[in-house]
Design a protein around this ligand. Structure first.
Ligand code: 8YV
Length: 315
C-alpha cells in the first residue's frame, strides 16, 4: 500500500491535475467507482482530503464516511454545494478558487448577452440551412451596446461584467445586500426593483441558502417586456418555474443561460425555446482558467499537507 495520504476525487478533472495531485496523494476516483460505498469504506483510514467541484460539493454524510478528512478543496469559487456548517463542526477546512476564474465567467456573460440579443443561433442556422439564399436577410435582432444593464450581485464577477459592459457604452445598475461604497453604478435594493429599469438583466450573485430564489417571481414579473436575461451564477438563484413561465409566455426577448437547477438533467423545456442560448455550466471552462483553478486547488491541498497557511480558505 502507498505511503502517500489519500485524496478522494469527487468529480472528473483534467489529466494534468491528476498527474500533479498523484505526486503527493494516492488518488481515489470517487466519480468512477462502481461501488462508491466500498471506496469510502476502504479509504476510511487513509483519506485525509477531498477535492470536489463547485456544482457537486460535499455533504455531511461524505465527511462522516471519511473521518480523517482535514480539508475539502473546491475546484471552483462557489462553495454553496458544500455543507459548510458540517465542515466547521468537524474541524474540516474548506478552500475554493476565487479570482482566477473571474474574467472568464465575465467573458461568458458578455458572450451570452450578445448571442441572445443578436440571435447568434438563428444567424448561424440561417447560413447553414441555406435560408440566406432562399429567404434573403435574416430577421432583425436587438442591440446590446448602449442599453441599460442590471447586474444581480456586484461581487468580483459582477464587477468584471460591469467593466466589460462599460466598454459597450452600457448604463449599469445593480442589486445587492447594500450599496457598495465607491461604486458609481445605480443601486437597487433587490432584483424586483432593478428588473423594470433595465434592458439586459444579468444574474451573477453567489449561490447558497442566502440567495436561493433571490430572483423571485416578483422580479421575473417586473422584467421589461423583451428583456435579455442572462444567468452565469447558479440555477438556485432564480425561480426557475417563473423564468420558464416568462419564456413560455414570450415576456422575455431572449435569454443566455449557463446554469440551471438539477444540472446536468435540466428541465427539458429550456430546449424548446428558439430564443434561448444554452451552455453546460461552462463559464470557467477554458484551458487557461481551468489550469489556474487546478493549480490553486492543489496549492491549498499541499499547504494543508505541509502545515502551511491555506491560500484561499473559506473555513
Ligand atoms: C465549476 C463553478 O466549479 O466556480 C464555480 O463556482 O461553478 C465552476 O467554475 C466548474 O465548472 C468546475 O466544475
Amino acid at each position: 500500500m502507498s505511503d502517500k495520504p489519500g485524496l478522494l476525487v469527487v468529480g472528473e478533472l483534467p489529466d494534468w491535475d491528476f498527474a500533479a495531485l498523484a505526486e503527493r496523494f494516492t488518488l481515489h476516483h470517487y466519480w468512477q467507482a462502481p461501488d462508491q460505498a466500498a471506496m469510502l469504506e476502504a479509504g476510511r483510514d487513509s483519506i485525509i482530503a477531498i477535492c470536489t467541484k463547485g456544482e457537486i460539493g460535499a455533504d455531511a454524510a461524505l465527511m462522516d464516511a471519511l473521518p480523517l478528512t482535514r480539508i475539502i478543496a473546491c475546484y471552483g469559487v462557489g462553495v454553496d454545494a458544500i455543507d459548510l456548517e458540517a465542515a466547521r463542526a468537524r474541524g474540516i477546512h474548506v478552500t475554493n478558487t476565487p479570482d482566477v476564474l473571474t474574467e472568464e465567467v465575465a467573458d461568458m456573460a458578455m458572450m451570452l448577452m450578445l448571442a441572445a440579443a443578436r440571435n447568434l443561433r438563428l444567424g448561424e442556422a440561417w447560413v447553414r440551412d441555406g435560408s440566406w439564399q432562399t429567404k434573403g436577410a435574416m430577421p432583425l435582432t436587438t442591440r446590446v451596446w448602449g442599453k441599460r444593464l442590471g447586474i444581480v450581485g456586484l461581487g468580483r464577477i459582477g464587477k468584471a461584467i460591469a467593466k466589460r459592459a462599460a466598454a459597450f457604452g452600457m448604463e449599469i445598475s445593480y442589486s445587492g445586500r447594500s450599496p457598495q461604497p465607491g461604486v458609481a453604478y445605480t443601486y437597487y435594493p433587490n432584483p424586483a426593483a432593478l428588473a423594470p429599469k433595465v434592458d439586459v438583466f444579468c444574474v451573477s450573485a453567489a449561490g447558497g441558502a442566502a440567495t436561493r430564489g433571490l430572483v423571485d417571481r416578483a422580479a421575473i414579473a417586473a422584467l421589461k417586456p423583451g428583456v435579455v436575461f442572462v444567468n452565469v451564477s447558479r440555477g438556485t438563484v432564480v425561480n426557475e418555474a417563473a423564468l420558464l413561465g416568462a419564456l413560455r409566455e414570450g415576456r422575455i426577448g431572449a435569454a443566455g443561460l449557463d446554469v440551471f437547477l438539477n444540472e446536468p438533467a435540466i428541465d427539458q423545456e429550456f430546449l424548446t425555446f428558439p430564443h434561448v442560448v444554452l451552455q453546460p455550466h461552462a463559464a470557467s471552462g477554458t484551458v487557461e482558467t481551468r489550469k489556474d483553478m487546478g493549480r490553486l486547488m492543489r496549492e491549498n491541498l499541499e499547504a494543508q499537507l505541509d502545515g502551511r497557511p491555506l491560500l484561499t480558505p473559506i473555513i
